[in-house]
Design a binder for this molecule. Structure first.
Ligand SMILES: C[S@@+](CC[C@H](N)C(=O)[O-])C[C@H]1O[C@@H](n2cnc3c(N)ncnc32)[C@H](O)[C@@H]1O
Length: 264
């Protein structure tokens, strides 16, 4: 249990939407509670307490109609509204991590810049992308890192063992390392033969979400992902002992989240 849990649970009692199924549990393994809801993030986020979340880490629809998925049609998210809620629910020391595709990252950034201080713009280089005859193969995903307070936020620095093309690696306990850069090319994407693969078209690897959860939050912190998809953020929180609040509006994906996190 974490101190604010009672409040959050109470806040999330949602009489207006009977389709919302509420689930909470205290996970004995890591003392991580999961509060996962089936429903629309735009509505559900209104129910979260002010200043109750340490980290928002989310991979929302990119608005590119990926593989003709309805949920990824352009202009479905009201980023101005979302930004206001993100600002409201984050603690003053909170971090905001937002995934984007290259097509609309500039527009989303201009909106988020109004409410938050940008700390970095990370590129996740999936290395593997779709072949293209008339354009470059797209392997990048953009990850915007924002803070509420430039001087007071969580950043648990980690090292990288990715080789520097120019040499000059450091040495720690016999292992060559360097500071992790803002281009992450060391994490394999989900491929058809990935063991962790489930039936979601844009599933992120657990190792990627683990890095984000570890660097930008501490054990027992509250992490919010309003667009859970197959629930990778929830899985990471479970593994790393963070309390997760998450939303997903598609019942099939919601069931996958429950299965992955072993919730009944
Ligand atoms: C890019 S996917 C997230 C994938 C996730 N990172 C994973 O590893 O599986 C975005 C998800 O947001 C969901 N979604 C879209 N609009 C939503 C909304 N208004 N409320 C809740 N979920 C929504 C979609 O159904 C989709 O599963």
């Amino acid at each position: 249990m974490y101190p604010d849990q009672e409040n959050i649970v109470e806040q999330l009692d949602l009489p207006f939407d009977l389709s919302v199924k509420r689930m909470e549990r205290d996970d004995d393994r890591d003392h991580a509670s999961l509060t996962i809801h089936l429903g629309d993030a735009n509505e559900l986020i209104c129910e979260i307490d002010d200043q109750s979340v340490d980290l928002i880490a989310t991979d929302p629809p990119y608005g590119i109609h990926f593989e003709k998925n309805e949920w990824d049609k352009p202009n479905q998210l009201n980023w101005h509204d979302l930004a206001k809620h993100f600002k409201r629910v984050l603690k003053p020391s909170g971090n905001l991590i937002v995934f984007q595709g290259w097509s609309y990252v500039a527009e989303t950034k201009m909106i988020l810049d109004q409410d938050f201080t940008i700390k970095n713009w990370i590129i996740y280089d999936r290395v593997k992308g779709r072949g293209a005859k008339t354009n470059f193969v797209s392997t990048r995903e953009d990850i915007l890192w924002y803070v509420m307070d430039e001087k007071n936020h969580v950043y648990n620095k980690i090292d990288s063992t990715i080789k520097k093309k120019t040499g000059g690696m450091g040495l720690k306990n016999g292992t060559k390392y360097r500071a992790l850069s803002n281009v992450w090319s060391d994490i394999s994407p989900i491929v058809p033969w990935s063991k962790e693969r489930v039936k979601h078209p844009t599933q992120k690897p657990v190792s990627l979400m683990n890095r984000i959860v570890e660097v930008f939050s501490n054990p027992n912190d509250v992490v919010l992902d309003p667009f859970l998809g197959s629930g990778t953020t929830a899985v990471s929180c479970q593994m790393l002992g963070r309390h997760c609040i998450g939303f997903e509006k598609n019942p099939e994906y919601y069931q996958i989240i429950l299965d992955r996190t072993n919730n009944e």
